[in-house]
Write a protein that binds this ligand. Structure first.
Ligand code: MBD
Ligand code: FE
Length: 286
């Protein structure tokens, strides 16, 4: 490592990227990969290519630049970073289109770090964590309801988050599998009370091709601290969303453009000095 390096850069990109690519291939929150008609493929491919041609003309793209782009695209694939790159730079718009007509809780992007099949937990629970888990304790409580205010009995919250250093279990070797992940089932009243710790903002790994693009363009690599959730109820539309923290860094400058004002929590210390917040989820009918 060079001596002018002022901070330690953890070599995480390739490990994280490969694990994210594997997680995507094994399937997760969205139903498979769509099969489009020839007409749809033709229309989308034609328009994507036409826009690339436009950029080449507009910016007088040179052969060295064209070759550099080709090299970079090869590296993104080799590092397994397509899930990371696409979820950071494109998914927010797919989410907006997908959820345009939803009336209940706002959605946000799934991102590359969801893992299905995590530990089943009761409505009042503590997320699996290490004995010495760093971070400020946090309690999130609330209720899952339908649009008319009816409690959704047995609603399920699939929750995952980064730790207090911004790392996700299952994607870095130091964290035990299943850490800060869980599948919570509410009671008949749709209520839940989840103990966890406050996550840290997430920084895209600097040592991979996505990080290289960010530094070459002098863009920052940060997402604000967030909790990921998929909330499900029988007879209701699933919501994939994220919750953020008031006053947190990068809230107004998320590299993934995935924040929404309705999704910002403002935890306050309770009688025991523990940060506590109420957030109710409202599901649209299926
Ligand atoms: C994350 O933690 C995340 O949620 C997204 C969408 C992209 C990269 C890292
Ligand atoms: Fe995330």
């Amino acid at each position: 490592m060079s001596t002018e390096q002022t901070e330690t850069v953890r070599p995480t990109a390739t490990m994280t990227g490969r694990a994210a690519t594997r997680a995507f291939r094994e399937g997760g929150a969205h139903e498979g990969t769509g099969r489009a008609s020839a007409a749809r493929v033709s229309a989308l491919a034609r328009d994507v290519l036409a826009r690339i041609h436009e950029v080449i003309r507009e910016h007088d793209v040179t052969y060295p630049e064209y070759q550099a782009v080709k090299q970079w695209l090869i590296e993104v694939g080799e590092a397994g970073e397509w899930p990371l790159f696409l979820d950071v730079f494109a998914e927010s718009v797919v989410e907006q289109v997908h959820n345009a007509r939803r009336e209940g809780t706002k959605g946000s992007i799934l991102g590359p770090y969801y893992l299905p099949g995590q530990r089943a937990l009761p409505a009042r629970c503590t997320l699996p964590m290490r004995a010495d888990e760093p971070g400020l304790p946090l309690i999130v409580e609330g209720q899952v309801r339908g649009l008319d205010g009816e409690p959704i009995a047995g609603a399920v919250l699939d929750l995952w988050q980064a730790d207090a250093h911004g790392y996700y279990s299952g994607f870095v070797p130091e964290i035990p599998d299943g850490n800060l992940r869980g599948v919570i089932t509410t009671g008949a009243d749709g209520r839940f009370e989840i103990r966890t710790i406050q996550p840290a903002p997430y920084e895209i790994p600097k040592d991979g091709p996505t990080g290289k693009l960010l530094s070459a363009a002098e863009w920052h690599a940060w997402r604000p601290a967030h909790l990921h959730l998929i909330v499900r109820g029988r007879g209701y539309r699933n919501i994939i969303t994220q919750l953020y923290f008031e006053g947190g860094s990068w809230l107004d400058d998320d590299v993934a453009s995935a924040t929404k004002p309705e999704l910002v929590l403002a935890p306050k210390p309770d009688a025991w000095g523990v940060q506590r917040v109420t957030y109710d989820f409202v599901l649209d009918p299926a």
